[in-house]
Ligand binder design. Structure first.
Ligand code: DSN
Length: 422
């Protein structure tokens, strides 16, 4: 390893942690559906001297001098983001998806206003109004759910009824644990009926949208999209806010991000976002996005063939939520730990109307963005699914688990993490 020479020389403790993580990522399979491997170019941009600069404000309107290159890099990121998603406006400064959502609420709502979002136990996200978050002290959140967790169809009639009763100012689509595409026309029409903004959190599927493997919500009339940049989009950790056409909303978003919520933007991260957006504009990103879906389908088929219940019955995107407790009698936490031992990283996850607690729920959530970056196709993905289920069936068989671990390590050697995608 020669990437971290200076850290190695100067700070052995931190070097050891980084080297350990490098080895973990190299020798194991990453199935957490919100993670990915970025290119070396993205890492170089993120490790660049742009971290030295304070750039409060926006290109051409900063509060400090010395901005010719920060303006250049932020404008490149904005232009590429707009092009990728067909947006009229982009804010690339939010440090994370959570900040992007909070800034979006601040831009569009007054304290006390109501948001209609997906129930957290049915796939929604903490920042869509979980009671543990501070945003619930300022805004009121009401919910829609799936009609039937075994098909995944959203109960749009109930959603319309709740919207008419509570008159939300935002109808919020999007999720962090839902394996299907939403009916965007229904969301937008319900929002219009009650005079609400239609907003979608695309954090999980941003790369699938950019790669044209799934529908673009802007084509269906959504007003705003919020996102992270590090999941299927394969960029650095960070946030993004886009608007379809309304310049007024864009101005409100900019004010909400800075000075409303954040101080100095992370210009090194914005440079890395620009590089990642450039990669996503490359035609081969569409091949990548399409393969993510094919690989998830290949895993779905194995889980179905081996009788494991999947929430919504399967997947139409990059992730699967499997009821391992109901199907195999192993809890989500135990499954996560056992799979960790054989070199497969995923996360325990609550399933719809879970009777178990969030720290030891019934489900596991996994997906294909990272293994697809590694070059896995359908056959390898299906084999990973087989190995997962073999491991879960062999929890007391140390030899079998060791054999699976060795097989996974050999597969990782055959499919090294690439440095570049263009
Ligand atoms: N933590 C992210 C995920 O794993 O889906 C969402 O914030």
């Amino acid at each position: 390893m020669n990437l971290y020479e200076s850290i190695k020389k100067q700070d052995k403790e931190v070097f050891d942690a980084i080297a350990g993580e490098e080895e973990r990522e190299r020798d194991g399979l990453e199935l957490i559906p919100s993670e990915n491997y970025v290119s070396k170019a993205v890492r170089e941009a993120q490790g660049s001297i742009l971290t030295n600069k304070y750039s409060e404000g926006y290109p051409g309107k900063r509060y400090y001098g010395g901005q010719p290159f920060t303006d250049m890099v932020e404008n490149i990121a904005i232009d590429r983001a707009k092009k990728l998603f067909g947006a009229k406006f982009a804010n690339v400064q939010t440090h994370a998806g959570a900040n992007a959502n909070i800034a979006m609420y601040m831009a569009l709502l007054e304290p006390g206003d109501t948001v209609l979002g997906m129930d957290l136990s049915h796939g929604g996200h903490l920042t869509h109004g979980h009671p543990v978050t501070y945003i619930t002290k300022f805004f009121n959140f009401v919910r829609y759910k799936m009609k039937d967790p075994d098909t995944g169809e959203i109960d749009y009639d109930e959603m319309r009824r709740v919207a008419q009763e509570h008159k939300p100012k935002i109808v919020l689509a999007g999720f962090s644990a839902y394996p299907r595409e939403l009916d965007y026309e229904k969301f937008v029409s319900i929002a219009k009926e009650v005079g609400a903004y239609s907003v979608i959190d695309i954090a999980h599927i941003a790369g699938l949208i950019a790669g044209k493997a799934v529908k673009n919500p802007f084509d269906y009339g959504f007003d705003v999209m919020t996102s992270t940049t590090h999941k299927t989009l394969r960029g650095p950790r960070g946030g993004l806010i886009l608007t379809r056409e309304n310049e007024e909303i864009g101005k409100k978003v900019d004010k909400a991000v800075f000075p409303g919520l954040q101080g100095g933007p992370l210009m090194h991260v914005i440079a890395a976002k620009a590089v990642a957006f450039g990669e996503a504009l490359h035609p081969n990103f569409q091949t990548y996005a399409a393969q993510i879906l094919k690989n998830a389908k290949a895993m779905e088929e194995i889980f179905r063939a081996r009788g494991v219940r999947m929430i919504t019955g399967g997947t139409s995107n990059h992730l699967i939520l499997a009821d391992v407790y109901g199907s195999l009698g192993i809890s989500g936490k135990e499954a996560e730990q056992l799979l960790d031992e054989v070199g497969i990283t995923l996360n325990k996850n609550s399933i719809a109307d879970d009777t178990r607690g969030p720290m030891d729920p019934s489900g596991i959530r996994f997906g294909t963005p990272a293994i697809t970056t590694r070059g896995f196709k359908e056959a390898e993905s299906a084999h990973v699914a087989e190995l997962m289920l073999d491991a879960l069936a062999s929890r007391d068989d140390k030899n079998k688990l060791q054999q699976i671990r060795a097989e996974i390590k050999a597969g990782c050697e055959k499919f090294p993490i690439p440095d570049s995608f263009v």
